[in-house]
Design a protein around this ligand. Structure first.
Ligand code: PAF
Length: 288
């Protein structure tokens, strides 16, 4: 149901109400920014909202824990859901509409369509989380078509996701400008993430080792170290810091996500590793 006060944040739950609102803004000549999220908002999300605010007249934040991007053994059920707290944060950030659809509004009975990319979604997290990027691409395509924003903002912490979203937006001629926003970090370097809530106090103290290891690898690659040697050292440092296991630490280009070979130093270092039950991901640019 719509909240009546139009000066403060309005929650919309169905697509028709969202379309109606966006149509009236566009008629008035206002530009629209979309910030898709799965909620449990942190400072990284608020940074996206603030950037959106600076770039467009109206800001829509979406909160939807998208079931199709979680594998059967992943944390869909446990994923933090904090809608009341999210509402207050979005209201303070000056967001105009919170679009929080129900699962059946997004995936009505008989839903049979999927957006699937090859290439970008076949590396890094892709093979380790089968179907994940299909779920992301499908839900983000739906959100783009539902909200029809001029721009949409995503964090660079999920750099592969950002690359995937830019790719299908271009491939499908969706008229949305996709903008990446640098990762927001805690004072000790840990990338902000809703999944940091899974960390115990001890694990939280160990967690910045992931960032420290990939920053060191990126610096070494920039100085000429073979990317395989540098990422191997990062892997050892992450395990030595107490991480349970590593999914990957790899140096790849920023556009096509192709592996960097010896002598190549333009791109990013990507990592995913388990600390306790949390799967942390991060990436940094190789500044050469
Ligand atoms: O990054 C996220 O929070 C999600 O993957 C997204 C982009 C909102 C799609 O569900």
């Amino acid at each position: 149901m719509d909240t009546p006060d139009h000066d403060s944040l309005v929650t919309l739950r169905d697509v028709d109400a969202l379309r109606h609102r966006v149509r009236s803004w566009k008629k008035a000549g206002l530009s629209v920014a979309l910030v898709p999220t799965m909620g449990a908002l942190h400072r990284g999300h608020i940074e996206l909202m603030e950037r959106a605010h600076a770039m467009a007249d109206r800001v829509i934040a979406t909160v939807f824990v998208n079931p199709t991007q979680f594998g059967p053994n992943e944390d869909f059920a446990a994923y933090p859901r904090k809608e009341a707290q999210d509402f207050d944060l979005l209201d303070k950030a000056g967001v105009h509409v919170l679009f929080a659809p129900t699962p059946s509004a997004m995936y009505p009975p008989g839903f049979a369509t999927s957006v699937r990319l090859s290439g970008l979604s076949d590396v890094l997290c892709g093979p380790l989380r089968p179907g994940h990027f299909d779920g992301v691409a499908t839900v983000v395509t739906k959100l783009f078509l539902q909200a029809q924003p001029d721009i949409a903002l995503f964090g660079e912490k999920d750099f592969q996701q950002l690359a995937v979203i830019k790719r299908f937006t271009m491939d499908l001629n969706i008229p949305v400008d996709v903008i990446g926003v640098p990762t927001v970090r805690e004072a000790d370097g840990l990338a902000m993430s809703s999944r940091n809530a899974y960390l115990s106090v001890g694990e939280r103290a160990q967690a910045p080792a992931l960032y420290a290891a990939i920053i060191a690898a990126a610096r070494d690659i920039a100085k000429g170290t073979d990317p395989f040697v540098a990422t191997d050292a990062a892997r050892r440092a992450i395990l030595a810091a107490g991480f349970r296991s590593i999914d990957y630490v790899e140096a790849r280009t920023s556009d096509t996500l192709a592996s960097l070979g010896p002598g190549q130093c333009s791109g990013r270092v990507f990592a995913a590793a388990y600390l306790g039950r949390a799967r942390l991901i991060d990436n940094v640019e190789i500044e050469s």
